[in-house]
Design a protein around this ligand. Sequence first.
Ligand code: PLP
Length: 227
Amino acid sequence: MTEANNQNSHQARLRQIHDNMAKAAKLAQRDADATTLIAVSKTRSADEIMPLLNAGQRHFGENRVAEAAEKWPALRAAYPDITLHLIGQLQSNKAADAVALFDIIHALDRPSLAHALGKAMRETARHVPCFIQVNIGNEAQKGGCPIAELPQLLSIAHKENIPILGLMCLPPADVEPAPYFALLAELAAKNELQDLSMGMSDDYEIAIPLGATFIRVGTALFGQRKA
Ligand SMILES: *Cc1c(COP(=O)(O)O)cnc(C)c1O
């Protein structure tokens, strides 16, 4: 693909997603600006990311600390107003690196990680806002805080002085996601949390009417991932 084609296709996809977001918001009588699009750039090179930056996209999501540390410092130097989101599982021994690199962390899911993040934030005086990831479908193989343990994890995060924006989830694959998005919204309301990180390429139009304030979209913006 030539550079010009690449630029056009990325811009067209971005426009299409913004159109779909506006339609989904309107149906639910929500403000179109109430939902922020995170472009999930995991596995994508800087060359693939540049056309989106040129088109004005500023929120990006990565799922691996090491990959983000390689790609983003140079891009950020060119575009200082980027907001970088960590959307993947985080090992406690990488908490300090994550606090140094990311602006918002969507993967707080257990007490040991809350302690590690709290310590890293105290030591650097960088208080990175976090989402608590909830295991919304109660799936054994998936990360995320069990629903029953959410109040306890919130209280630990509070004691650690971690700013909590809201709740994040990945609903079970291959079933209708709406009930899970609705449940996440209910849990957030019950705990007086404002933000909901939910909805990906296949289901963001379902997540927006149910209250998503951040959607995480990869494939619909960049095309299929190779690996
Ligand atoms: C990869 C990923 C996404 C984006 O998925 P797409 O289906 O490519 O839009 C969103 N959220 C998380 C946590 C991811 O790991």
